[in-house]
Design a binder for this molecule. Structure first.
Ligand code: NDP
Length: 449
């Protein structure tokens, strides 16, 4: 325990990265405090991955119930109630908020439910006015939705508000074609809303393998999602009848009951006082750090979305853990950013790890691509025409599998295991040598010839 400072470590932001860092540092013997201006758990738990996944589960029942008839089930009087789903999800968020708070307490991390700002290299001020000193400060405040500027933006919502909608919108316009846009397009489409996705470019899910993106576009269009490409929103006007008129350039305006903006997230560094410690922000407002998460100020570190490296929860957690081991555990560690698996919980979901076909061709030139384009058994039985698509990208010279890309039911669950093989540098021959697990969708991974 330090004599000179109030704490060995003061963490700003009790999200995934901040909570992990504080409890590990405390385990290494540091005296730790954490400040959080909203709720303990951060974006992932409070207004991101977790409640989103629950909405995906909730909305997916529409498909399951429809298919149930093919399996002999009669479901009478089928109805959906948004308020029940919303409130159950929000109750689960309350439970997790309490669980995360309990984690801090059981790890002897003092927590302040107040905003903290940096006043110097070793000092912070809480919103209530209390001044605190710390040997090390960790900034883990995450990111915040970007709101493009257009007249009527005040009538729109972001992923922060979407979990609290007072009622299910009959018609929703979603701006953007990234993770959040396509996940919520899937949720609202499954729940029976009219969904229009408008995007400034003609591409969805930039960064994912092109074949999968094409497949998702085809399937979601067939499911009734309307896309308007090269058409960013120009204005949103509230009509006398309460509906929203969304103008999107040359195309006809769209009438909607809600407009969700999902155009990326930027580091939440505004008003944090970083300049008081001599830290200059990067072009996107991010905090520049070295491989050990250290900023230009030697006593201040940053992890997670606020550094704008990879905006994914498991990455922030790893960064927070590595920081705590490095600074308080006498075990300097950096995070390995190669082969990070990721998924989009669209309907159907898609997932990928390693290089896409395009990236592999640029990097290696000579690549072999294996695909399996199949109709999952459960779709065949239920009369669904939707097909899954699995793809292996292989270095033709070494036979090493450089990337695995999947779209279809349960793709994220299947990909996590395949990611181990890619991370381990296994070859296509290793995949081929593995006996298929039959009948499953995952067996396609070892049957591609
Ligand atoms: P994304 O970066 O995924 O997508 C942003 C979308 O908005 C793109 O279609 C982009 O178009 C468009 N866009 C960007 N800026 C503007 C602008 N100024 N005006 C109009 N359109 C614009 O962001 P999201 O908000 O969907 O998600 C934020 C981050 O959160 C993700 O990057 C991801 O890291 C994380 N996340 C992860 C999830 C998961 O792991 N399943 C789920 C949800 C979020 P263009 O392609 O033309 O640039």
């Amino acid at each position: 325990m330090t004599d000179t400072y109030d704490y060995d470590l003061f963490v700003i932001g009790a999200g995934s990265g901040g909570v992990r860092a504080s409890r590990i540092a405390s385990g290494h013997g540091a005296k730790v405090a954490i400040a959080e201006e909203y709720r303990v758990g951060g974006t992932c738990v409070i207004r991101g991955c977790v409640p989103k996944k629950l909405l995906v589960y909730g909305s997916h029942f529409a498909e399951e119930l429809q298919d149930a008839a093919h399996y002999g089930w009669t479901v009478e009087g089928m109805r959906f109630d948004w308020n029940t789903l919303r409130d159950t999800v929000l109750r689960d968020v309350d439970r997790l908020n309490a669980a995360y708070t309990q984690t801090l307490e059981s790890n002897r991390v003092e927590h302040f439910l107040e905003r903290a700002t940096i006043t110097g290299p070793n000092s912070v001020r809480l919103a209530g006015g209390r001044e605190i000193t710390a040997k090390v400060i960790l900034v883990a405040v995450g990111a915040w939705p970007v709101k493009p500027e257009f007249p009527g933006m005040e009538h729109c919502i972001t992923s922060n508000e979407v979990f609290h909608l007072p009622e299910l919108p009959r018609r929703i316009v979603i701006q953007g074609a990234g993770y959040i846009a396509l996940e919520f397009a899937g949720i609202f489409n499954a729940l029976g809303c009219e969904v229009t996705v408008v995007n400034r470019s003609d591409q969805i899910l930039r960064g994912y393998d092109e074949s999968l993106r094409d497949r998702l576009l085809q399937i979601t269009m067939a499911r009734g999602i309307v896309y308007r490409f090269n058409c960013p929103i120009q204005s949103v006007e509230k009509q006398a009848n309460g509906s929203l008129k969304v103008s999107i350039g040359k195309a006809d305006p769209i009438e909607a009951d809600a407009v969700l903006i999902a155009t990326g997230r930027k580091p939440k560094t505004e008003g944090l006082g970083l300049e008081n410690a001599g830290i200059t922000l990067g072009a996107k407002g991010e905090i520049p750090v070295d491989a050990y998460n250290r900023t230009a100020c030697p006593s201040i570190y940053a992890v997670g979305d606020v550094t704008d490296r990879v905006q994914l929860t498991p990455v922030a957690i790893r960064e927070g853990h590595a920081f705590a081991d490095t600074v308080f555990g006498n075990n300097p560690r950096t995070v390995d950013y190669t082969c990070i698996p990721s998924a989009v919980f669209s309907q159907p979901p898609l997932a990928g790890v390693g290089l896409t076909e395009g990236q592999a061709r640029n990097a290696y030139g000579n690549v072999k691509v294996y695909t399996s384009d199949f109709r999952p058994m459960k779709n065949v039985f239920a009369g669904r025409m939707e097909r899954g698509l699995y793809k292996l990208v292989v270095d033709a010279n070494t036979d090493r599998v450089l990337g695995v890309h999947l779209i279809g039911p349960e793709a994220p669950e299947i990909l996590q295991a395949a990611a181990i093989a890619v991370k381990a540098g296994l070859t296509k021959a290793d995949f081929d040598a593995t006996v298929a697990l039959h009948p499953s969708m995952a067996e396609e991974l070892v049957l591609m010839r």
